[in-house]
Ligand binder design. Structure first.
Ligand code: C5P
Length: 230
């Protein structure tokens, strides 16, 4: 069974990231490359991870006019990645353009959407003219993303049960803010253990610092994999 764990490679450069990746195997986790590392290390770094056999989630959250996002999706697919994402708030035309662009590709990556950033609450949504609550907005954007043909959403584990109920069993829910028992909460406000997040309906768990800063990252990854297999 392939691992449900996606490790966030939040490192400032390729050197540090590779030192860490050496400890891992494509059999026990997938990897997420976000803005910081992508800007520092670039597409060749992503290709090297793919060449090593890792499933890579390219977390660049594209949000632009449809034509530009479609082009960026094509270039991303050329890297051989497993999953990528866009912002659902880019609207239906942008989401359709991204889906259509990936349909033309061989071995296209999964495409998921970000709904409302977890750093935003009802008050910050009102600031940008959104009168719905964060939860209503997450549900609305998720239903729209599914209708546009996306494969799933990034969401907090707290939202997973609601989205699973409304979007069916096949739609992917990728949840950050995961903290195994006994690890540091860091700056994440709404956290859940891996086991509870899976029970709530998550498909994949994104976990960063608890693993990247662990004394024995491989052991922790194996413990989490075991706990999810039970
Ligand atoms: O270190 P930690 O486990 O908090 O890392 C979580 C990862 O998930 C980071 O790369 C962070 O950018 C990402 N993420 C998040 N919350 C979101 C979307 C992405 O924490 N809503």
């Amino acid at each position: 069974m392939t691992s449900k764990l996606i490790i966030a490679l939040d490192f400032p450069n390729a050197h540090q990231a590779f030192d860490f990746v050496k400890l891992l195997s494509p059999n026990n986790c997938k990897l997420k490359v976000g803005f910081e590392l992508f800007v520092a290390a670039g597409p060749d770094f992503v290709k090297r991870l793919v060449d090593q056999g890792f499933d890579v989630f390219l977390d660049l959250k594209f949000h632009d006019i449809p034509n530009t996002v479609a082009a960026a999706c094509r270039r991303s697919a050329n890297l051989g990645i497993w999953m990528m994402n866009v912002h659902a708030s880019g609207g239906k035309k942008m989401l359709f353009a991204a889906v259509e662009a990936l349909k033309e590709q061989d071995d296209a990556p999964l495409l998921i959407a970000v709904s409302v950033l977890t750093s935003m609450d009802d008050a910050s949504l009102l600031d940008i003219g959104v009168k719905q609550t964060a939860q209503e907005q997450v549900l609305k954007l998720s239903i729209m993303s599914k209708a546009c043909g996306l494969d799933g959403m990034v969401c907090s584990a707290q939202e997973a049960a609601l989205l699973r109920q409304n979007l069916g069993a096949e739609f992917l829910l990728v949840t950050p803010g995961i903290r195994p028992k006994g690890t540091n909460q860091g700056d994440q406000l709404r956290i859940m253990t891996p086991e509870l997040a899976m029970m709530a309906g998550s498909s994949y768990l994104v976990i960063g610092r608890p693993v990247t800063q662990a004394n024995d990252p491989l052991r922790l990854i194996e413990q989490i994999n075991m706990s999810l297999a039970l």
